[in-house]
Design a binder for this molecule. Structure first.
Ligand code: GAL
Length: 799
């Protein structure tokens, strides 16, 4: 569906870019003939080089930063001269300055917010215009995670009449939602920038998914010259299709502004009809149905693509999470791209939309860095949001709420994560102020804040100054806290994931795992309030965390730290580790073993995951722990067709069943049973030597729009086609035809290979190549070769 009158012009393509110069890049006297030609979204940090002495340090993933300019030539037609023209950036990281024809339109520090400028008076109509954007990330580290640098989200021009709907000027709520009927309320902000008053009809239609009008209202209003006003109308809907996790049904609200018989502006907004209730005793309800929030925290990078994620990168992340049974994300710890929210609406993914990681007091230096990191790591101050909080927080929070408040997926507004002021008297006023500011723009969702220093926060009453108390890593205190504060709604805003501090397919610590443990009591004494560095305990810590959350109805759910590994914060390690280890999915999007623990708990379709791999030639005769995650009732394990016994999930409080097996090479076969019937069988075989490369694409056909992506999984297999889980082969890529290689990865946090290179080693026998389409339809040929292996070629289509 598209606007018919208002023009929304995508500006992603055909920019020039130059890095490392603090020149007058806004001036048309600077010749940009030798600048790079690029398309947005763009992140120059991800091109590297990543170096130990880059000032971004471990927090920023040792990525390079600095100053760069972007420029774009825009022809603006003469007939726009009597229009209003705005430019909207979904995010520019950071300290951006926007110039039009040499004049500065605006500058802005925060890199995770939407920027919106009225450029009407800066333009030359009927002529060429020079748009230039300076980006400055030179003060580092500027976030506690990898931020990227540049215009890393979409950009657009918006052309309207002088009589128009304001920015984010359609606000849709659902004051009444029942199974059989609902009311949809539409507040329209009307802006009249003409010099005379206008008699206007505001006509609002509600369209269903088939684009049929299911409700329509209109109102005659008068608006004074150079003024703005808000007008409300309501639409009654019979038999509404409710938006939910399993059926994310979307309606559209179409608003038309009619003046002197003509539609002069229109706006189109996707919305969903759904109800949410959080209850201190009973937990969370979506459309009246008890729903446990099974969430993950998500930073914004897309692995090898850095911060510059085309829409498909975000979509793929949501698909992988949905497969796991995940139903929610927390946009840790900053406003996300609008695209991600659109996708969450479409995929039925609940969202905690989070605005800040700091208030006035910066998180510096963090003890965390010193406790676990290598000796040579220095304490680095972090120049993040505290630097600009006083001057900008009202605007940034207002922008997030007004921009995002129509998304049915959003169920929580988070006003901050682990804020230092939570344990200080100043925290009281700050928390109240931000909570009230949210309420000024939206009262339909609760506020929350992620609290880690609970004792301090309780002293100042912080948890009860927001609608919902977000507890970070406090699962073992839930029962006590609930008894003490029975009115308090508690949610696990951040909880430990079951991923160990070992990369995917590496099992050095896991091999020490104790397979005798049967109850959480056996292991609880090992689980302190700090992140355990013992790997097998981290697997169990994640199980424990989910078990507690699941057992207590009044706990609305959790958000594990994290869904995907992200660049930066390689804690507890440092260089050459530059990405985190917390994810249950690596930076490639490949699930780690821990992913399947959640899948076994969060999905009902029979599943069974057996690990580790079975290539322990150097450990012949030694006991190797074998674990299974399953939603079956029991698993019987066979080694070379000899049964090692059947284990029933109900015999252990833990969320896995396990064996310790003296290693002999061969085939492990796990048989999953439900109600004593075999429903699944999984095989893990000892692989032979690496023999060939196999390529598998996530989709065989992609859009010829110069944005779409194909994710190609590269496998090294033996002669029989079995994945070689220990293979570390260097794969060389070539892409011919209508596509280009834009990223390679293997999920190894310590790898020094370039994300933007044309080769990558495998980790656990796997690596990834990301290929992007061009504007041309046709074939796209991906070739992968490696010394000593049979190569592979894959042909995709761009349509
Ligand atoms: C939390 C914090 C996260 C991340 C995590 C690492 O306390 O909120 O942003 O730093 O620790 O364990």
């Amino acid at each position: 569906m598209e606007n018919q009158v208002r023009k929304i012009i995508n500006l992603d393509n055909d920019w020039t870019f130059k890095k490392g110069m603090d020149l007058a890049g806004f001036s048309d006297r600077i010749d940009d003939a030798d600048w790079c030609s690029i398309h947005l979204p763009h992140d120059w940090s991800i091109f590297g080089p990543f170096k130990e002495d880059n000032p971004s340090g471990p927090r920023g993933g040792y990525a390079p930063a600095g100053i760069a300019w972007y420029r774009k030539h825009l022809h603006v037609p003469q007939d726009y001269a009597n229009k209003k023209i705005y430019i909207e950036f979904d995010g520019v990281y950071m300290n951006s300055e926007v110039h039009m024809n040499g004049e500065r339109v605006g500058k802005y520090p925060y890199g995770y917010t939407t920027l919106y400028y009225d450029i009407t008076s800066y333009l030359k109509y009927g002529e060429d215009n020079l748009l230039s954007v300076k980006v400055d990330t030179s003060t580092q580290p500027s976030s506690r995670w990898y931020s990227g640098s540049g215009i890393y989200r979409h950009v657009r021009l918006i052309v309207t009449d002088k009589l128009h709907i304001g920015q984010w000027g359609t606000y849709v709520t659902t004051p009444e939602v029942h199974e059989k009927e609902a009311w949809v309320k539409i507040d329209t902000t009307l802006v009249n920038e003409a010099n005379e008053h206008k008699n206007v009809t505001i006509q609002v239609s509600l369209l269903n998914e088939a684009q049929l009008v299911v409700g329509k209202v209109s109102k005659e209003v008068v608006i004074e010259p150079n003024s703005e006003d808000v007008f409300s109308q309501e639409i009654y809907v019979q038999q509404p299709e409710l938006w939910s996790i399993d059926n994310p049904y979307l309606y559209h609200v179409k608003t038309e502004i009619i003046s002197e018989g003509c539609v002069v502006d229109d706006d189109l907004v996707a919305m969903g009809i759904r109800s949410i209730v959080f209850d201190a005793d009973k937990g969370f309800f979506l459309n009246g149905t008890y729903t446990k929030i099974k969430g993950v925290c998500l930073h914004h990078d897309g692995g090898a693509l850095g911060a510059a994620c085309p829409d498909r990168a975000k979509e793929r992340q949501l698909q992988i999470l949905k497969e796991m049974g995940c139903n929610a994300i927390r946009t840790s710890h900053n406003p996300p791209s609008p695209v991600l929210l659109d996708l969450c609406d479409q995929y039925g993914m609940l969202v905690m939309d989070e605005v800040f990681d700091e208030y006035q007091i910066g998180k510096r230096p963090r003890v965390f860095d010193e406790v676990h990191a290598l000796d040579k790591q220095i304490r680095r101050p972090i120049f993040a949001y505290a630097e600009v909080f006083d001057a900008y927080h009202e605007k940034d929070l207002t922008t997030m709420i007004k921009r995002d408040r129509n998304h049915p997926s959003i169920i929580l507004w988070s006003i901050g994560n682990e804020i230092t002021e939570h344990m200080r008297p100043e925290g009281v006023e700050l928390t109240k102020g931000l909570h009230d500011l949210v309420k000024a723009y939206d009262t339909t969702r609760p506020t929350i804040t992620g609290i880690v220093h609970l004792e301090g926060a309780n002293t100042y009453g912080i948890p009860d100054m927001v609608d919902i108390a977000g507890y970070n890593y406090k699962e073992t205190l839930y029962e006590k806290e609930h008894a003490k504060y029975p009115e308090r709604i508690i949610l696990g805003s951040e909880t430990s994931s079951a991923a160990p501090f070992e990369m995917r397919a590496v099992y050095d610590d896991f091999l020490q795992a104790d397979t005798q443990l049967k109850t959480f009591d056996d292991v609880t004494k090992e689980l302190g309030d700090i992140v355990s560095i013992h790997s097998d305990h981290r697997y169990i810590r994640g199980e424990h965390s989910w078990k507690i959350t699941n057992d207590l109805d009044y706990i609305s759910g959790l958000f594990i730290w994290t869904g995907f590994d992200y660049i930066g914060e390689p804690s507890p390690y440092a260089w050459p580790s530059k990405t985190s280890y917390f994810g249950v999915i690596d930076t490639c999007g490949f699930p780690k073993d821990a992913y399947y623990m959640y899948q076994s708990q969060w999905t009902t379709k029979p599943m069974l995951h057996v690990f580790p791999h079975w290539n322990w030639e150097d450990k012949a005769g030694q006991h190797i722990p074998v674990w299974c995650y399953t939603n079956c009732d029991s698993v019987e394990l066979f080694l070379n067709d000899r049964s090692l016994g059947e284990k029933h999930c109900s015999d252990t409080e833990l969320l896995h069943v396990s064996w310790a097996i003296p290693y002999v090479k061969g085939t492990l076969r796990a048989v999953g049973k439900k109600e004593n019937k075999i429903v699944l069988e999984k095989i893990v075989k000892t692989a032979g030597d690496p023999y060939a490369i196999v390529l598998e694409a996530d989709r065989k056909a992609i859009q010829a729009d110069s944005q779409d992506l194909a994710y190609i999984t590269v496998k090294v297999v033996d002669k029989e086609g079995t994945l070689v889980p220990t293979a570390k082969n260097l794969i060389h890529f070539r892409v011919e035809g209508e596509g280009r290689l834009i990223g390679v990865d293997n999920g190894d946090p310590t790898s020094l290979e370039a994300y933007k290179g044309a080769e990558r080693s495998t980790l656990g026998g796997l690596c990834l190549a990301i290929v992007q389409s061009t504007y041309n339809k046709g074939k796209l040929v991906v070739t992968a070769e490696s010394e000593g292996l049979v190569g592979c070629q894959l042909v995709l289509t761009s349509i």
